[in-house]
Design a protein around this ligand. Structure first.
Ligand code: MG
Length: 380
């Protein structure tokens, strides 16, 4: 099935910023438009994407629009969508229309709209209202309630709106004949088509006001953050083998500054890395006497306090230890519990796994021990 997405991004929308159209404002390091376009270019069922832009942007589109077709929009939204429909390929079967100002549309919602349009000819994403709805009359300043509407018959329209190419061409033709509409569904309805509702999403917000923009930016900084850590130490005779603060019975132990605890070092780096807060070498340099012979679990505890002060909490930590011998499977539960206590989280948020290196390289020959760690943080 040939599915074309038309992204309506021609609005000047300068309410939010004086110098750029609102779709060119950044949310979490990408412009609103870039996010909206990516939702469709990345969707496996979308064949091609047409982006309708204001003249000034269409004349010199940014590089991230290289893979899509760009057309110049019109004064009204419906003129812009009409320009997109004019650019459809002859073999387009389903046409999705999407507001550039809705950057958080999900792949599942796009699929629902495609399926419903393929079956019924026309479908829009919409959400039921939760507030009681009043129709009013009188002055704009303080109108009076004329009627309370039956809430269960009211839906708020979102995009994408999806149509077969025949239906959208008819809708656009009707619009060109002088009918005004704020969305394509209204034109399809006027053209006599039944437009079905597919469940929209509360997260599929339209960024219109400064408050919307703030909320969108906040929701993205609420995204979890991941960090990785790695450490390796030489194994030598007559040293204890300390792993996650637990001394594991072993003929050989790790050589290094402090207790040379590879697990604590890798986890400390993962936790600091996820917070964007540097690394173990910066916080606990071995040139600093304070940390000489420090118990590494205490360094980890200190690093956790540090990321807490930055506003993060630990979601989970996963560790893989690379060690030829001894086998640590009998100790992993105790190591995980020790780590969990230092991290200040429940034991089920910490996982520790042991692996050998099949006799290969320095680890395989028993000359070294290494650990990899991943930490996921969320905003506390
Ligand atoms: Mg180390």
């Amino acid at each position: 099935m040939h599915v074309t997405a038309i992204i309506a991004a021609a609005g000047a929308g300068r309410r939010l910023a004086a110098d750029v159209p609102k779709q060119m404002l950044e949310v979490g390091g990408q412009t609103i438009l870039q996010r909206s376009v990516a939702a469709f270019t990345a969707h496996p069922r979308v064949t091609d994407v047409i982006v309708v832009l204001p003249n000034e942007v269409a004349a010199d589109p940014p590089a991230w629009l290289n893979d899509v077709r760009v057309v110049t929009g019109g004064t009204r939204r419906q003129d812009s969508v009409a320009a997109g429909v004019d650019a459809l390929r002859a073999d387009a079967e389903i046409v999705l229309i999407h507001d550039a100002a809705r950057p958080f549309v999900s792949a599942a919602l796009i699929s629902r709209a495609i399926d419903a349009a393929a079956t019924h000819g026309a479908a829009i994403a919409a959400v039921p209202v939760t507030d009681t709805v009043k129709r009013v009359q009188g002055s704009e300043e303080m109108p009076a309630v004329a009627e309370t509407l039956a809430r269960d018959t009211i839906y708020l329209a979102q995009t994408p709106q999806a149509f077969t190419s025949r239906v959208i061409r008819e809708a656009v033709a009707l619009g060109r004949s002088g009918v005004d509409a704020t969305d394509e569904s209204a034109l399809a309805e006027r053209a006599g088509h039944s437009v079905r509702i597919v469940p929209g999403e509360p997260g599929n917000v339209k960024i219109t006001t400064a408050a919307d923009l703030d909320a969108a930016r906040r929701s993205l900084t609420a995204m979890p953050r991941v960090g990785t850590g790695y450490d390796l130490h030489r194994l030598v005779d007559a040293r204890p083998l300390v792993l996650g603060g637990v001394t594991v019975p072993s003929e050989r132990g790790a050589l290094g500054h402090s207790d040379a605890d590879v697990i604590c070092h890798a986890v400390t780096d993962a936790v600091l890395g996820a917070a964007g807060a540097g690394d173990i070498g910066r916080h606990y340099p071995d040139t600093d006497g304070r940390w000489k012979d420090a118990f590494s679990l205490d360094l980890l505890r200190d690093a956790v306090q540090h990321i807490r002060r930055l506003g993060f909490a630990i979601e989970n930590v996963d560790v893989t230890v690379l060690l030829e011998r001894p086998r640590i499977s009998a100790h992993v539960a105790q190591i995980a519990a020790s780590l969990a206590s230092a991290l200040g989280v429940e034991p089920e948020r910490v996982s520790v796994k042991g692996k050998t290196n099949e006799g290969m390289d320095a680890i395989g020959r028993g000359e070294a021990i290494a650990a990899h760690a991943v930490a996921l943080l969320r905003r506390a």
